[in-house]
Structures are given as structure tokens and as C-alpha cells.
Design a protein around this ligand. Structure first.
Ligand code: SF4
Length: 147
């Protein structure tokens, strides 16, 4: 569970392995391997049932090798756990066309580029959006780490 990745939310962050992006200086290179437990609707339900009284949001961290699956799992949350918000941290340059904005409340895009830094860096290439109910995107800028 994390509190800083999504503003004002207590988030269950799910690290998805098999990341295809292989960014230089990656903070989590162990996620390049395809390993772990299959994240399907059944396993997601077990996780949400276990943690739903403690969280306000679920964030899919990665999954760029299968954006349509991430989209489908977010739709599953929206349809079955309406009180839980959904977020996706993607390393892709753009929001993938298989993503339906109606399934997400927050989306982060952009690979990690060492010289530009992460979301809290003033020079970052990464973008974080609030997704409105009308599917509008409002960019949010994280405050600098010591700011
Ligand atoms: S997208 Fe994230 S996990 Fe994947 S290589 Fe880049 S920094 Fe690492």
C-alpha cells in the first residue's frame, strides 16, 4: 500500500512484471522478468476483498506489454467495486489506444529518462493526469521531493 503515488489516495499498488520498456536507470529492473502470480479477475477480486476497507484506489504499475488486459482489469474494478478508484502507471509515451478513459481516474505516462528524472523532478518527461468523468485529462504536477 502506498500514499504518494496517487495524490490524496491510499493506494494498493500492483507491480506488474514483464516490463518491455527497459529504461536506462530503471528503479525496478527486477520487473523486466516475466514472473510472479497471474493477475486475472479472480486474483484481483481476492486482493480487493482483502484490502478494500483500507484503500481508496488500485494502481496498476506497469503492464505495457498488455495494455488491453490492464484496461479490462480496470473495467472489472469499476464494475464490481465502485467505491475504489483506478490508476495506471504506464511507461509508454502516449496513452495506449486500447485504454478506455472511463475505466480510470488517474493515468501516468512516460518512460523513465535518467537525465529528466521522475515525476517529482521539474524536468521530468513523465505526465500524470486526473481523468474527469467526461474523460477530460487534467495534468497534475507533483511537488518536488523536498518542496
Ligand atoms: S517503465 Fe518503469 S519498470 Fe519499466 S523499465 Fe521503465 S522505469 Fe523500469
Amino acid at each position: 500500500m502506498v500514499c504518494q503515488e496517487i495524490p490524496d489516495e491510499v493506494t494498493l499498488a500492483l507491480n506488474i512484471s514483464g516490463c518491455p520498456n527497459h529504461c536506462k536507470g530503471c528503479h525496478s529492473p527486477w520487473l523486466w522478468k516475466d514472473e510472479g502470480v497471474l493477475l486475472d479477475e479472480k486474483f484481483l477480486s481476492i486482493l480487493v476483498e482483502r484490502y478494500k476497507s483500507d484503500i481508496t484506489c488500485i494502481c496498476f504499475m506497469g503492464g505495457d506489454q498488455e495494455p488491453a488486459t490492464v484496461n479490462s482489469l480496470a473495467a472489472f474494478i469499476k464494475n464490481n467495486f465502485k467505491e475504489i478508484k483506478t490508476a495506471w502507471y504506464s511507461g509508454l509515451e502516449e496513452i495506449h489506444p486500447s485504454i478506455s478513459l472511463s475505466n480510470f481516474d488517474f493515468i501516468k505516462i512516460g518512460p523513465y529518462i535518467e537525465e529528466k528524472g521522475p515525476l517529482r523532478s521539474p524536468n521530468t518527461n513523465q505526465k500524470f493526469f486526473f481523468v474527469g468523468k467526461d474523460k477530460s485529462l487534467t495534468e497534475y504536477h507533483f511537488p518536488p521531493k523536498n518542496g
